[in-house]
Every structure is written in C-alpha cells, then in structure tokens.
Design a protein around this ligand. Structure first.
Ligand code: ADP
Length: 191
C-alpha cells in the first residue's frame, strides 16, 4: 500500500505518518526530514537546500523527485510508503505517477488532513515556541517564514487537491480533531 498524506504546513502530517508507518508496517518518507538530515550532514544537497528552506520556498522538483525515487528503491520500502511532504507541486505529482508506474507500483490513497487556517497558525506558533523552550528549533520556525510557507502551500500545493480528486484518490479527514481522533478517521479510511 502506498499513501500520500497531504495538508498545509502544521496540519499534523508527521505525527500521523509516524503512526501509520508503525501500525501498518510501512515506511514513513518525509522529504522535509530527508532535507534536514542532508543539512545537518553538510552534504552538497544540504548546502543547496538550507537557504531555500530558510526562506520558506520549495526545493526544485527535479532534485526532490530524484531523492524520493532513490529512497523508494531501498529494500525497506517493499511493504509500501507513506509520503509526507511530497508531492508538493503538480509537477511532482505527475513525476510520482510516472515513477511508481515504472516500478510496477501505484498510489492507493491520498489523505488530506483538513485544517482551519487561523487555528493552524496558532498551532505552528505553539509548536515553534515549544521547540525554542526545548532547544530543538527548526530554522524555518519564525512567524514570517510560516506565513511564507502557507502562501507557498496555497500557490503550489493546493492545486494537488483537484488533481487527486479527479483521479478518485482523494479522501479528507478533519485535522482539527485530537491526534487520536485524526488517527481514528485515518484507520477508518484505510479499513
Ligand atoms: P512541513 O511538514 O512543516 O510543511 P516539511 O518538513 O515537509 O515541512 O518541509 C520543510 C521544507 O523543506 C519546506 O518548506 C521546503 O522548503 C522543503 N521541502 C520539503 N518537501 C519538499 C518538496 N516535496 N518539494 C520541495 N521542497 C520541499
């Protein structure tokens, strides 16, 4: 089973993806995490990505698609993957379709975690202040960058909703419920 978890920054994709991965024995593939680990390793990719991420902009489609393609080929992905943070543009979604087809695979579900934007903003800011308190800040945590990331989401990622709706793959859950409440809705969808 291959799943895309979709939603605005701060919708809670990461927490849900972790849980689905452990319950269903799938691999959680977060492009944001992959980029942050490249940055901390100081790899060529990390050096290129850091400045772009810190502006709240997107890494180029080509680069991201190559990283995901290579990762899906690794042995641990045979049971399926939960994509979190990818695809983020229609071009990435098209590349994903092609990539999966080339491997004899396909997408089973696209799950949208729907959130109310003002509430989302409050949530992301709380999370950032919690990270500041515990010394685990992400460099893209500031309010200004968050606003930019939300704008980038509307411009580039929201068009994925009609894209997947037209393919009959899109399912939505209420992301304003508790973490367990969202998890229960996802379990329902996955049967
Ligand atoms: P969140 O889940 O909070 O929205 P992520 O951890 O998924 O954030 O991503 C952090 C940053 O990494 C993004 O703002 C973007 O700069 C970059 N990034 C992650 N995934 C992609 C992608 N699929 N395409 C382009 N850039 C990406």
């Amino acid at each position: 089973m291959n799943i895309v978890l979709f939603g605005a920054p701060g919708a809670g994709k990461g927490a849900q993806a972790e849980r689905i991965a452990s319950v269903y024995g799938m691999v959680h593939l977060s492009t944001g995490e992959m980029l942050r680990s490249a940055i901390s390793l100081g790899s060529d990719l990390g050096v290129k990505a850091e400045e772009i991420i810190n502006r709240g902009e997107l890494i180029s489609d080509d680069i991201i698609v190559k990283i995901v393609d290579a990762r899906i080929d690794e042995d641990d992905c045979v049971k399926g993957v939960i994509l979190d943070g990818f695809p983020r543009t229609v071009a990435q979604a098209e590349a994903l379709d092609e990539m999966l087809a080339g491997k004899g695979l396909s997408l089973d579900h696209v799950i949208e975690i729907e959130v109310d934007e003002p509430a989302l903003f409050a949530r992301i800011e709380n999370r950032a202040s919690e990270r500041r308190r515990t010394g685990t800040t992400r460099s893209d945590d500031s309010a200004e960058i968050l606003r930019r990331r939300l704008a980038v989401y509307h411009e580039n990622s929201a068009p994925l909703l009609p894209y997947y709706r037209a393919k009959g793959l899109l399912r939505s859950v209420d992301g304003m419920a508790s973490i367990n409440g969202v998890a229960a809705q996802i379990d329902n969808l996955l049967g």
